[in-house]
Each structure stands twice: as structure tokens, then as C-alpha cells.
Design a protein around this ligand. Structure first.
Ligand SMILES: Cc1cc2nc3c(=O)[nH]c(=O)nc-3n(C[C@H](O)[C@H](O)[C@H](O)COP(=O)(O)O)c2cc1C
Length: 219
């Protein structure tokens, strides 16, 4: 069994999957059983996940791409307040740079971004939701579930990518997956075997020095 530290360090977002290599259901179930161990406020276990595979996934992707063509998403915002917009540009430069797409190649960028709504060809297309009456505290619980799931998948050699971009089309998701209106759709989740030949799947995204995010006070 892999060391925990190695599992954490080797996880990264995959943005191209092997479409014809299915994820064995028993491995997905193992990872989900571990993720269910995540802590949550009053043990609310606020996460609700919908997975589409097979024909359901094909119909979902068709519907999403139709919606994308009809009304291109306002990607520029992507939920980030203006003072943090530079972080989105920096990450974009890193990801698209690794794909060999030049900064001024708008068509190339759009073609790469469009893969978001194909779940990067992943055979398992997920939606992560929580009850609409829950707030930030419970969203933390969903995040803990999600990270545990990503790590458990990584430990089993399975790749993933969390995707806010999928949430731009909530009506399509509700219709295609039968997501009830009392659930807020938080993000998408692509799961599959990463295409190792895809250069951007080997990105080492930088992290701040700990001191930028953590303060110790002892006076
Ligand atoms: C809540 C959340 C939303 C994200 N949305 C997207 C997305 O829509 N598209 C995408 O390509 N990556 C998305 N990502 C992946 C991040 O860009 C990625 O986690 C970050 O750049 C760090 O890279 P790493 O996951 O490889 O360590 C998202 C990640 C999180 C946690």
C-alpha cells in the first residue's frame, strides 16, 4: 500500500482521460466508502453525488455541448472575485502552456476549455451537490468528502478533476441527471484513468510557502 504522503503528493488534476478504459465499480465503491468517513458538522454528511456512466454520460455530454454552443459560458468570472482573477490567469497560463497553446491563441484555448463539458473524456461524469439550505460550514464537509475521495482514487491509480465549469449549466444537469431542486449543484467531478501521454496531466502546480497561509501566534 502506498504511503499517505506519496498519495497526497502525487495527486493532480487530470484534464484528459482514457475514454475506453472503464473504472471498475468495486474500486469506485472502495474509494467512496473511504470518503464517507469524512468529518462533517453534526455528522450531517452533506454530500450528494450523481454519477453518469455509459449511455447516460453520452446523453449528458451531448446536452452540455449543445448548451455550450447555444450560450458560451462566462468563463472569465469562474466564481472568482476580481482581486483574485490573476490567479485564474496564472493557472490558465500553466495549464494551457503545458498543452502547447500560446497565450494569444484564443481558438486553441477555447478548444481546450470545451473539454470541460466532455468531462475531459472521463468515463465517469460526476456532480457534487448539497442541500440548498446548507451554508459554508456544510460546504466544508463536502470539501472534506471530496478530497478524501480524490486521494482514495489516486491511491487506486485512478485520476480525477474537480470542475466548477460544469456548474454553469445547472438546468441541463438537473434535467439529464434528475437532480432535485432542493439540492445546490456545487461542482463537477471527472473520474477515470488519466491519459499519461497528455503533457498537461503531469503538471506540478505551485503552492504558497506555508507562512503565506498560516500564522502561529504565541505571544
Ligand atoms: C472547487 C474546484 C473547482 C475547479 N474547477 C476546475 C474547472 O472547472 N476546470 C479545470 O480544468 N480545473 C478545475 N479545478 C482544478 C484546479 O485548477 C486545480 O485543482 C488547481 O489548479 C491545483 O492543481 P492540482 O489539482 O493539479 O494540484 C478545480 C478545482 C477545485 C478544487
Amino acid at each position: 500500500m502506498a504511503e499517505f504522503s506519496d498519495v497526497v503528493r502525487s495527486r493532480r488534476s487530470s484534464r484528459m482521460f482514457l475514454p475506453d478504459k472503464p473504472v471498475p465499480r468495486e474500486l469506485l465503491d472502495e474509494a467512496l466508502a473511504l470518503a464517507m468517513r469524512a468529518p462533517s458538522n453534526s455528522n450531517t454528511q452533506p454530500w450528494h453525488v450523481f454519477f453518469a456512466t455509459g449511455e447516460r454520460r453520452v446523453r449528458l455530454v451531448d446536452a452540455l455541448l449543445t448548451a455550450v454552443e447555444a450560450a458560451p459560458p462566462a468563463i472569465g468570472s469562474a466564481g472568482l472575485p476580481p482581486q483574485f482573477a490573476n490567479l485564474r490567469r496564472e493557472t490558465g497560463a500553466l495549464v494551457y502552456g503545458a498543452m502547447g497553446i500560446a497565450r494569444d491563441d484564443a481558438a486553441g484555448r477555447w478548444a481546450a476549455q470545451r473539454h470541460n463539458w466532455e468531462f475531459f473524456k472521463a468515463p465517469v461524469a460526476g456532480r457534487v451537490c448539497m442541500h440548498r439550505d446548507f451554508g459554508n460550514v456544510d460546504a466544508m464537509g463536502v470539501g472534506m468528502f471530496l478530497q478524501t475521495l480524490l486521494l482514495a482514487l489516486n491511491e487506486r491509480g485512478i485520476g480525477s478533476c474537480v470542475q466548477v465549469s460544469i456548474s454553469f449549466y445547472p438546468d441541463v444537469l438537473r434535467e439529464q441527471l434528475g437532480i432535485p431542486t432542493d439540492l445546490t449543484i456545487l461542482c463537477g467531478l471527472s473520474i477515470g484513468y488519466a491519459d499519461e501521454a497528455f503533457a498537461a496531466n503531469h503538471l506540478d502546480t505551485p503552492r504558497n510557502p506555508i507562512s503565506e497561509n498560516v500564522v502561529f501566534l504565541d505571544d
